[in-house]
Design a protein around this ligand. Structure first.
Ligand code: ASP
Length: 332
């Protein structure tokens, strides 16, 4: 019997059409006729299309993530898998957020998109979609991104290329599956099936992000009273300037105000090790915590998620430093 797949279209280049005069790409309701454009999809699975909104993914925020989680929650038990088509620009954020929200999701939730619209020559949309639907029929109970023949854990993924079809990478976690002549699923890399499925849907935007660059003035960065967490994108293993500027004193003040301060790195690959250098170890002594080997997308959405779930800073801190959905490697 064919598997039942829920295909949720949310917008993005994959479903956009190009204005014939200006060449500008705009969201369109193209997907209503998806099965007419890729009729072979219906040989892979029974597909039901749902279109909650159609946006360039730059428009999305946590209310859209909540909408997606609610749609998926309502259908669990009646479907075998979910495919979400989405703009590539914030795809890794939505995938990370859904991975925290859909705790112990029992079916595959595969997010995909395209670099070129479905109706254009040499589009990557057709392949990404057909493969995502096939993978959604398999036993892969976690939130993933499928792009350019690779299946990656959603909360380990970053968009790393604007032009190439190979637009996403998973710098700190191996692939979950690869598509060639055959589909190879790397079972050892999948999340182990967990317990009871539950949706946690609260978020908070009380997060401020400071990205360092040599010579930056910290005066421009004044997180408001309502901000409850500051994420510093530092250098390399987690270094900040100690001599130029007054960042350590500012961090001290934010901590005294009860804000959580988290250290991450502009380098995507590897795990930050703030204790390696003087500046990082000083921050750790003050009470700053480390983002480990999480991507920026996984760390930022996890903070928004935990700030929404908990009021107590200790609970936010404790949960941030452990893996909720495979986004963080445990230290050996
Ligand atoms: N701007 C588009 C979006 O994220 C880019 C894409 O889909 O590739 O919606």
């Amino acid at each position: 019997m064919k598997k039942k797949i829920l295909l949720i279209h949310t917008g993005g280049t994959i479903g956009m059409t190009r204005d014939s005069r200006s060449g500008v790409l705009r969201p369109d309701h193209f997907y209503a006729s998806l099965l007419k454009v890729i009729p072979e999809l219906s040989t892979v699975a029974d597909i039901e299309v749902e279109i909650p909104f159609v946006f360039d993914s730059a428009e999305l925020n946590f209310q859209h993530w909540q909408q997606l989680a609610a749609i998926i929650k309502a259908r669990i038990g009646t479907i075998d898998g979910v495919v979400v088509t989405h703009g590539t620009d914030t795809l890794a954020y939505t995938a990370s957020a859904l991975s925290y929200m859909l705790h112990n999701v029992p079916v595959p939730v595969i997010l995909t998109g395209a670099q070129k619209p479905l109706d254009e020559l040499r589009s990557d949309a057709r392949g990404n979609l057909i493969n995502a639907v096939e993978l959604a029929c398999a036993d892969i109970p976690e939130v993933c991104i499928f792009f350019d023949y690779k299946l990656m854990r959603g909360n380990r993924t970053s968009k790393n290329h604007i032009n190439f079809f190979d637009a996403f990478h998973s710098p700190n976690y191996p692939l979950l599956a690869e598509v060639g002549i055959n589909i190879e699923i790397y079972r050892a890399n999948l999340l182990k099936p967990g317990g009871h499925f539950h949706v946690f849907d609260r978020f908070s935007s009380a997060l401020a992000v400071l990205k360092l660059f040599p010579g930056c003035s910290f005066d421009y960065f004044q997180p408001a009273k309502e901000i409850r967490a500051v994420l510093i994108i530092a250098y390399g293993a987690g270094t900040i300037p100690l001599q130029s500027g007054d960042l350590p004193a500012r961090v001290e003040r934010w901590l005294q105000e009860g804000k959580l301060v988290v250290l991450d790195s502009e380098a995507n690959g590897g795990r930050i090790e703030p204790q390696l250098y003087e500046s990082g170890s000083r921050l750790l002594e003050m009470g700053v915590i480390s983002a480990g080997d999480m991507t920026f997308e996984a760390a930022a959405t996890k903070l928004m998620f935990l700030l929404g779930q908990y009021d107590q800073p200790e609970l936010i801190k404790g949960n941030f430093q452990k893996s909720l959905a495979g986004e963080l490697s445990e230290l050996p």
